[in-house]
Design a protein. Sequence first.
Length: 262
Amino acid sequence: MSIFFWKKIIEYTRRLIGQGDRVQTNYRKVEALSMDELPGADRRMQGGEVKQPLCAIILAAGSSSRMGSPKAVLPLGGKTVLEHIVQTYLLAGITDIRVVTGHDREQVRSVLEKIPAGEVNNPRHHEGMYSSVRCGVASCGPEISGYFIHPVDVPLITPRTIRSLCVSADPAGDRIACPVYEGRRGHPPFIGASFGRAILEEDRPQGLKGFLYEYSDAIVPVIVDDPGILLNMNTPADYQEVLRRMENTASDRRGRGNEKTT
């Protein structure tokens, strides 16, 4: 995806000043998108505006050993996987987006140069995903009221799911909102900022899963109609399934468009 495309997104959001709360990244400033103005926005979500500074932390520091190549830069729907995830957050109104890099850093940075997201490098990425969670949270200032923790291998989340988690967010930052589809919990969890100290002060052998288990009493399940929250992309076979799901979704949209014109 070209830098021209992302400049257009930023120019578009800047024209919406006054229609959404400002959310500032460490690297670029863009305006929060208004659900009223977004193409295809779910009008039922209009009441769930982003009223606090929230941050999306995209974890892209792993070695992708089972995939055989960096997941973040794989093609997906005319973009890369990382571009697709960043666009999802922009469409949901989240514009403070930080990508944690580590292994294959230069390849991931080649994508970052073209998109409105900041880099947080994790020199300890070999210690596992939770080290990247801690690195991303450590980059956030006290103004941030919560963090989406989004592994880059879960690319098919919808903007509506992100918005639903925002609606469930606690202004005091004392909740953890987790999306649930057909009784199964998936990604990304939204973690209130009050848990930031717990994340930073203690390493956990079981990583993010162990953290969520430890604070299970604070978890608020958010029912979503989004199978993408469960679709992890760890192997080439998983990647082919993601491509198939995305093509099916695109075909369904084209079919609905054709029905409207007949």
